[in-house]
Design a protein around this ligand. Structure first.
Ligand SMILES: [Zn+2]
Length: 174
């Protein structure tokens, strides 16, 4: 029997997929939104988005400043729901803004840490029914087949396996 922590698994999948997008220049699978998502970003967060424009672009994001002063997301990564994509975008901008003033040499490390935080924010939450059975099936098959999905970005295991003897022990059968 394998028990999967869906938050940890989803967090790791999001993180791996984003890192993969950063590596594979060609893969920019994205969805255009008919109605842009409006986000209220602080001046620092807007600065971070401009500073990391090519990274956001590679992830599949497209945004522009609206007349209202808000930021409009008109394109999001193909593998995310609009809610999760907006959450991820905002968290990424906030963590990058917090690290402003980081020397150029540490830019990649700062970006990777921001990706961790953003994956955590956008991942399914434990104890909540999100996405229904189809997305749970997708999550399980990915967690069981992809060797990269073993531990979450914080290092916690994504799944634990309980064998026959382990189960018997739980029922005091040994
Ligand atoms: Zn998390």
């Amino acid at each position: 029997m394998v028990v999967i922590d869906k938050h940890a698994a989803h967090e790791r999948i999001l993180f791996e997929d984003m890192k993969k997008r950063m590596r594979d220049e060609g893969d920019t699978a994205a969805q255009l939104l008919f109605i842009p998502i409006e986000l209220q970003l602080s001046p620092e967060e807007r600065g971070a988005v401009a500073d990391f424009a090519s990274e956001f672009d590679k992830l599949g994001y497209g945004c522009s400043e609206l007349d209202s002063g808000k930021t409009g997301l008109f394109q999001i990564p193909a593998n995310l729901s609009p809610d999760a994509a907006a959450e991820l975008f905002k968290t990424l901008a906030a963590s990058l803004a917090e690290g402003s003033g980081t020397p150029r040499s540490e830019r990649d490390a700062l970006y990777e840490r921001a990706l961790y935080t953003a994956s955590c924010k956008a991942a399914m939450k434990a104890g909540r029914e999100d996405g229904g059975s189809a997305s749970l099936e997708w999550l399980c098959s990915r967690a069981l087949t992809d060797p990269a999905i073993r531990v979450c970005p914080h290092g916690r295991p994504v799944a634990v396996e309980i064998g026959k003897s382990g189960l018997e022990k739980l029922f005091n059968r040994t």
